[in-house]
Design a binder for this molecule. Structure first.
Ligand SMILES: O=P(O)(O)OC[C@H]1O[C@H](OP(=O)(O)OP(=O)(O)O)[C@H](O)[C@@H]1O
Ligand code: HPA
Ligand SMILES: [Mg+2]
Length: 192
């Protein structure tokens, strides 16, 4: 276990088993179709890489990059598109793949944005759902795990760009982010 983490929430093995189940369910639902699987960078990249290899249907892949957390454990509330899709999704079956739905602001923004482009269908798959901090409701079609209101890292999830490579999903020690964020919220002591 990493020093900055409190405890393991989901082991590599638990994640792999659930990703396999999700893959089977998605393959059944999309039988006869060839959906465009859209991963949301960077958090979803590891989940998406595992998920598409558990599918028994053909898919195409594309990515969008958005950011709302920056270097914080709190959403800024403003979602920015850093990279858009390369596909024109008009008439396509689109499956959005996310690592986590927390406040719901990111997925809500993406869903509304993608719906204006006229896909044949749009479904959402998230590995983690943290309902305790939801600010806007988003319909999720496939959900891996419901998790408690803790800041988690690993398996693609980061804090300030770190910990994404960890194989398990772990709860980050509060002191790792509170010390830093408390400092940043303090008024500067030089009077400026
Ligand atoms: O439901 P929400 O409160 O909006 O939070 C979920 C989003 O926040 C994280 O992304 P982040 O903006 O940190 O970018 P990243 O994927 O590059 O880490 C995470 O990967 C989700 O995309
Ligand atoms: O718990 C989290 N961990 C990492 N990134 C996140 N983005 C929203 N919630 C989280
Ligand atoms: Mg992040």
């Amino acid at each position: 276990m990493h020093n900055d983490t409190e405890r393991v929430l989901l082991t590599e093995q638990e994640i792999a088993a659930r990703v396999r189940q999700l893959g089977e369910e998605i393959s059944r639902d999309y039988a006869g179709k060839e959906p465009l699987v859209v991963g949301i960078l960077k958090g979803a990249v590891i989940f998406m890489a595992d998920l598409v290899r558990c599918l028994s249907i053909p898919v195409r892949m594309d990515f969008m990059a958005v950011s709302s957390y920056g270097a914080s454990s709190q959403s800024s509330g403003v979602v920015r598109i850093l990279k858009d899709l390369e596909h024109n999704i008009g008439g396509m079956d689109v499956l959005l793949v996310e690592d986590i739905v927390d406040t719901g602001l990111t997925l809500n923004y993406l869903r509304e944005n993608l719906l204006t482009r006229g896909p044949a269908s749009l479904k959402i798959c998230t590995l983690l759902d943290k309902p305790g901090r939801r600010r806007v409701n988003v319909p999720v079609d496939y959900n891996g795990f419901i998790i408690p209101d803790e800041f988690v890292v690993g398996y693609g999830l980061d804090y300030n760009g770190r910990y994404r490579h960890l194989r398990d999903i772990m709860i980050l020690k509060r002191e790792v982010y509170t010390a830093k964020e408390d400092n940043e919220n303090c008024p500067a002591d030089d009077g400026s």
